[in-house]
Design a protein around this ligand. Structure first.
Ligand SMILES: O=C(O)CCC(=O)C(=O)O
Length: 299
């Protein structure tokens, strides 16, 4: 059960780390399904709608940056995100009984060069009518300083929404020269497999490349209050859908409670993630093809 002190910390910092959040059995299931999904990626030679391949990927040595939308690939991912522990953790943070999954992804940083994720706010990718939204990051392996842990800058969830464009193109990352960027305040979210981090949708975060000899695998579930409606035009899971498909998908994506027809509006700056970068298929491709400047290039 989440404590009052943890709720206060999340509200103050926009981020939280919880040790040993999963049971050994839950962790074991996630590790085993992840290993078999990675094994299946050996059969492909190009990124597709399930896998984002890393440089050096081969049939004998699969190298991925991401397994996309894992909740669509195996029921175990739904079992975890709808489990009592997770629901009891996120309800008080989102402050709602009705919570909808926005998206999921399993980011893998392979040993010796797994890629950086440049600094960004998730809000820049998918603005909604309110910001009662967060990302849960479940550590599938131990994560330490040397294998590319998640870095977050506390209190940025209550600050500015920074520009994530370069030369008029959405590049999915802030400019490291932005005067509002204060990397010296970052905290590193390291811990044992089965622990998890939570960060608010507006918290500035990123991660360095993995130069160690251990892989880094974090499973992200991004979700929010059901009355946070996606603002159309963002590169969200909902773009381009008919009303019927949209409504059905919203029901299907409920973690707990009901989808509401009411959209709750909060007065927050929104910069639409447009014009689109040449390759919008994953954050790695958005940042590369959009020409994001790297804050980690010296690593
Ligand atoms: O994998 C990471 O370190 C960060 C992931 C992230 O922020 C994202 O994919 O949006």
């Amino acid at each position: 059960m989440i404590t009052a002190a943890q709720i206060n910390r999340y509200q103050r910092d926009g981020a939280l780390f919880i040790d040993n959040a999963l049971t050994d059995s839950q962790l074991g299931k996630l590790q085993s399904v992840t290993a078999s999904l990675i094994e299946k990626s050996a059969q492909i030679t190009q990124s597709n709608d399930q896998y984002d391949l890393d440089v050096g990927h081969s049939a004998t040595k699969p190298r991925l940056t991401r397994i996309k939308l894992p909740h669509l690939l195996d029921p175990v991912f739904w079992q975890i995100v709808r489990s009592e522990q997770i629901v009891n953790l996120i309800k008080p943070l989102i402050n709602s009984e009705n919570i909808r999954l926005h998206t999921s992804k399993l980011n893998t940083k392979e040993p010796h060069g797994g890629q950086a994720v440049e600094w960004h706010q998730d809000w820049a990718f998918y603005p909604h009518t309110n910001d009662d939204m967060l990302a849960i990051g479940i550590l599938l392996e131990d994560v330490a300083e040397e294998n590319g842990p998640l870095l977050v800058i506390p209190e940025t969830h209550r600050g500015a929404v920074l520009d994530h464009s370069k030369d008029g193109v959405f590049c999915g990352a802030i400019n490291p020269q932005d005067p509002l960027f204060t990397p010296e305040k970052a905290i590193t979210l390291t811990g044992r497999a089965g622990s998890l981090s939570i960060h608010h949708v507006r918290t500035l975060h990123g991660s360095a490349p993995n130069h160690s000899d251990r892989a880094r695998k974090i499973l992200f579930f991004e979700c929010g209050a059901a009355d946070a409606w996606p603002i159309n035009g963002n590169s969200s899971a909902y773009t381009g859908m008919s009303q019927k498909t949209l409504w059905q998908k919203m029901q299907d994506n409920m973690i707990c409670g009901q989808q509401t027809r009411q959209a709750r509006l909060k007065d927050i700056p929104v910069l639409m993630p447009l014009s689109p970068p040449p390759d919008p298929t994953s954050i790695f491709k958005v940042q590369q093809s959009g020409g994001a400047l790297s804050a980690f290039s010296a690593d």
